[in-house]
Write a protein that binds this ligand. Structure first.
Ligand code: UDX
Length: 475
């Protein structure tokens, strides 16, 4: 099929590259000339597994880049809109980019074309796009508008696209639904997975994608409801973690019991410093705004946001508890990205914590395997020092803070960590270690929803340390 994807952000770039991987002829449209040049030169502007391979495989063959939306629209059967929908001050999504793209498409097309919303948008966007296109002169019989929300996660976006839990196609006519479904046919009939050079994905052979056809409005709501539900799961477990701390229980044990109920499930029950990223915070606000506009108070969503914000403050209080005063303390911040596997720092709780600690007068040396370049742009005055690796960041620090769930941080060599730190203190916002392991390593360890490990001192091996401390206390 001939496909145009408008917007080459995370969603657009991944979708464009993956549609080319499925054998379609794709043109990726963006008005950022620098980005287009970089893509044409063979660069990959985001850190995303398998994306460089796909760009390399299809660039100049099935994947082209342009800033000419009108020409791209005219030559395409399907036009996916994947432009940004940032939040306005009241939380409502700003749809001005979507509107402007819809206007340009309306003026350009001269044959039956389907416009597909791929960006996360509030319900009714579909009908608005339709109205805008009619107002701009596109005849009603010359186009349809569909909703095909994208559920990909950053860090595993390519495999999420190619091995999806579900594909949702929201359309209000059979003709339109059939064309959008055709774009995904190799995933639904399973033929893609039989290709020898298919991107490896889930270990669930033989895999076939599950496609759900709905009305356009339902598809729009599925996306908002899914993200709100996942965010709710995270805030729920974070609130449970706070109760665990208050009563002296262990949230990881509670989660094992809780998540083993197949109706609840173990995934997205990881306590931490709260969710971040470009989707959850924005989508929660937008979903709440949709409810409000329709006269409904969805108070549960307010609480999800409140718990999430509070989680950062709780972590800061833990740092104070571990270090007493903060002014002048030298801290190693491991992790800046909003989660592992990405260089994205948008709405990152790790960045928010680093900024709060700078305001308290701390001296921060940070390390992140992927996000340092982006983070450095937020600290142009050199307020944060960046280290070449995690151990370099730890040297002579008063404490180590674990802020992003990178696998490498969970594999740190603990005796080395202890020997590098000025004080053996680790404050873990992602529960990457077991308290027992930290106690054995002689580290003081503060994590989320689990009892603190105290008693570690410099220069003494773990067990002896704890005993020495207990003896001190008894004395
Ligand atoms: C999310 C949705 O998962 C995806 O379906 C949607 O299309 C876009 O938004 P993403 O933003 O890439 O994807 O990140 P995700 O993996 O969902 O994590 C979001 C945040 O929640 C991260 O900050 C992560 O650290 C945090 N998180 C996730 C937790 O704190 N605990 C968990 O158990 C899971």
């Amino acid at each position: 099929m001939k496909i145009a994807v408008v917007g080459s952000g995370y969603v657009g770039l991944v979708a464009g590259a993956c549609f080319a991987e499925l054998g379609h002829d794709v043109v990726l449209v963006d008005n950022d000339q620098q980005k287009l040049n970089a893509l044409q030169r063979g660069e990959c502007p985001i850190h995303e597994k398998f994306l460089p391979e796909l760009l390399e495989r299809h660039r100049g063959q099935l994947l082209h880049f342009t800033d000419d939306l009108a020409a791209a629209a005219r030559q395409s059967q399907l036009i996916f809109i994947a432009v940004g929908t940032p939040p306005k001050e009241d939380g409502d999504a700003d749809l001005s980019y979507v509107e402007s793209v819809a206007k340009d498409i309306a003026v350009a097309i001269d044959d039956y074309t389907i416009v597909v919303e791929k960006s996360t948008v509030p319900v009714y966007t579909n009908s608005w796009i339709r109205r805008i296109m009619l107002l701009n002169g596109a005849p009603a019989e010359m186009f349809d508008v569909a909703s095909n929300p994208e559920f990909l996660r950053e860090g595993s976006a390519v495999t999420d696209f190619l091995y999806p839990d579900r594909i949702v196609v929201g359309a209000d006519s059979e003709r339109c639904a059939a064309a959008v479904k055709e774009a995904y046919e190799p995933l639904v009939d399973g033929s893609y997975y039989n290709q020898p050079d298919a991107i490896p994905g889930r270990d669930l052979a033989p895999f076939r994608a599950h496609l759900i056809q709905t009305s356009a409005k339902s598809a729009e709501l599925i996306k908002h409801a899914s993200n709100a539900f996942l965010a709710m799961k995270i805030s729920f477990v974070n609130a449970v973690a706070s109760v665990c701390e208050a009563v002296g229980a262990d949230v990881e044990q509670v989660c094992e019991g809780l998540g083993s109920d197949s109706r609840i499930g173990r995934r997205f029950l990881r306590p931490g410093i709260g969710y971040g990223g470009s989707c959850f915070p924005k989508d929660l606000l937008a979903f709440r705004a949709v409810a409000r506009e329709n006269g409904l108070q969805f108070g549960l969503l307010d609480e999800v946001v409140t718990v999430n914000d509070e989680q950062r403050n709780r972590f800061l209080r833990k740092v104070k508890k571990a270090l007493w005063t903060l002014k002048g303390k030298k801290l190693a911040a491991l992790g800046l990205a909003f989660k592992n596997g990405t260089d994205d720092i948008r709405e990152s709780p790790a960045m928010a914590i680093v900024k709060a600690l700078l305001r308290e007068g701390c001296v921060i040396t940070a390390f992140d395997p992927a996000a340092m370049e982006r983070a450095a742009q937020e600290f142009p005055d050199g307020a944060v020092n960046f280290a070449a690796g995690p151990y370099e960041a730890l040297r002579d620090a008063d404490a180590c803070l674990l802020l992003t769930e990178w696998e490498d941080f969970g594999a740190l060599d603990l005796p080395r960590v202890k020997s590098l730190l000025r004080y053996p203190i680790v404050v873990d916002g992602r529960n990457l270690f077991s308290p027992e392991k930290m106690r054995a390593a002689g580290l003081n360890y503060y994590s989320i929803g689990r009892p603190d490990v105290t008693g570690g001192r410099n220069g003494l091996p773990g067990k002896a340390l704890t005993e020495a401390f207990e003896e001190d206390q008894a004395a």
